[in-house]
Design a protein around this ligand. Structure first.
Ligand code: NAD
Length: 469
């Protein structure tokens, strides 16, 4: 008997239109999600507007205490939430996947709740005394994607709530159940109306982005939708944090040891079966060690089981939806047709149920190939040769996105010098995609603007106010 039944029942609508959510691993039914409308959004925003002033007036300590309790509540329901997430999103329970994501929800709630943001004295020279404060914004909208649906919701709402705001969440239509369940659990510890989920389609998201009572929008999703949101939010001059698409480069310097780095490279690229914004999506390897890196990476990748997420053996799952499966399959087919060399995978089994695409490594591929130049967002990694550092950096910086990147070398000084030349919001050294609630995270170029996490993240959920005098 699956343990999440009661949790699922608690969010299943009794009446009204519903949308059936299917398990991407099996095609079986996971549950029914409400299809909320723009009218439901109005109700949620009205409730948020009403609840926010009292929440703000509680002060930081009381709000922190409530968020710490919310983190405890998430932990009490952790296994049920992880099972629901695994069924709905496809990611395995095991590995850096569903249990890891639910654990991160509790961790980020606590991190936000425990990070102080005190007024800052900017000038105090005897003549001028100026302090910088951050006031609550009011109502914050949170629109999220389907790849890390619970964790990203928490990234958006934890700092928003801590800063004294109310929040209205619009989850992806592909993964509403987990977010509904997560918010239900958190709401055990929060005042009524302060935090709600509107489980609707794009039109609900678009209305949230233009809503005059919403002061800020936290958006995580594709660059295309981010641009639509900038347009919809223009008339209300809404504040925005945009965490958009990426196509992260990793550069392996010639002195790296292929065996030592292979597992880190693998997880950098294939975490969540490649469906991760800041995953390594283009790997640049120096000629001298190209063949050795290809070989070691293939060995590691061969040993990572993919399958139904509820099976504890698996660490990789299916693509979450058919559209994403088709993107990956088409890009790999085009790469193969161009003459690139398949080291592993690239041969999905048409008889297998679910959206499983095998772990795929493609070598000897041209830097302009679409599998390199476009965001594949799946388990297919192109490995490109380079011969000089300048060439590798030019390749890395050639695209109009810049979320993350990585440099791999035992020589930290050399790696940091290369890192400083890469146009990306974060450059990791000897790892990729490792986010930390204390460290700011955000994109460069068309990967978005604004920062999440840490004190900088809190500041983005407040309105700066200078008290001068
Ligand atoms: P998406 O842009 O298709 O959808 C994201 C959300 O936006 C969904 O909830 C959707 O309903 C909503 N939406 C769609 N049109 C809208 C509109 N006009 N106005 C308001 N809301 C609208 O993205 P996706 O396919 O769900 O997610 C995958 C993308 O997200 C990838 O590009 C990935 O790189 C990116 N992503 C970025 C980060 C980051 O932190 N930078 C994290 C995760 C995912």
């Amino acid at each position: 008997m699956e343990t999440y039944d009661a949790l699922l029942a608690s969010i299943t609508p009794g009446s009204g239109e519903t949308r059936t959510i299917f398990d991407p691993a099996t095609g079986g039914v996971v549950g029914e999600a409400p299809v909320h409308t723009v009218a439901d959004l109005e109700t949620a925003v009205t409730a948020a507007v009403a609840a926010q002033p009292a929440w703000a007036a509680l002060g930081h300590d009381a709000r922190s205490a409530a968020l710490f309790k919310a983190a405890d509540a998430v932990e009490r329901s952790a296994e049920e939430l992880a099972q629901l997430l695994s069924r709905e999103q496809g990611k395995p329970l095991n590995g850096p996947n569903a249990r890891f994501e639910v654990g991160a929800c509790a961790a980020w709630l606590r991190a936000a709740a425990g990070t102080p943001l005190d007024p800052e004295v900017i000038v105090d020279d005897g003549e001028t005394y100026a302090e910088l404060h951050y006031r609550p914004i009011g109502v914050v909208g949170a629109i999220g994607p389907w790849n890390w649906p619970m964790m990203i919701t928490i990234w958006q709402i934890a700092p928003a709530l801590w800063m004294g705001n109310a929040a209205v969440v619009k989850p992806s239509e592909y993964t509403p159940l987990g977010v509904l369940a997560l918010v239900k659990v958190i709401n055990e510890e929060l005042p009524e109306g302060l935090l709600s989920v509107v489980s609707g389609g794009r039109e609900v998201g678009a209305r949230l982005a233009e809503h005059p009572a919403v002061g800020k929008l936290m958006f995580t999703g594709s660059t295309t939708t981010g641009k639509a949101i900038i347009r919809s939010s223009a008339d209300t001059v809404k504040r925005l944090t945009l965490e958009l698409g990426g196509n992260d480069a990793g550069i392996v310097l010639p002195d790296a040891d292929p065996k030592t780095i292979a597992e880190g490279l693998f997880w950098g690229a294939f975490i969540n079966t490649g469906q991760t914004c800041a995953a390594l999506k283009r790997l640049y390897v120096h000629d001298d060690i190209y063949d050795a890196v290809c070989e070691e990476l293939t060995t590691v990748a061969n040993n990572m089981p993919m399958g139904n997420g509820l099976d504890e053996n698996n660490v990789l799952g299916p693509l979450q939806n058919k559209a994403q499966y088709d993107i990956v399959a088409n890009l790999v087919d085009a790469a193969k047709a161009s003459g690139a060399r398949v080291l592993l995978g690239g041969n999905p089994d048409p008889g297998q149920p679910g959206y499983f695409y095998p772990t795929t490594l493609i070598a000897d591929i041209d830097n302009n190939n679409p599998l390199v130049a476009e965001e594949q967002f799946g388990p297919a990694l192109p490995i490109i040769r380079y011969s000089t550092i300048d060439q590798a950096i030019e390749y890395a910086n050639a695209l109009d996105v810049g979320l993350g990147a990585s440099v791999w070398s035992p020589n930290l000084t050399a790696a940091r010098e290369v890192a400083a030349r890469i146009e990306a919001g974060t450059v990791w050294i000897n790892k990729h995609g490792a986010v930390d609630p204390r460290v700011p995270f955000g994109g460069a170029k068309q990967s978005g603007y604004g920062l999440e996490f840490g004190v900088e993240g809190l500041k983005h959920l407040g309105v700066p106010q200078v008290i001068n005098g």
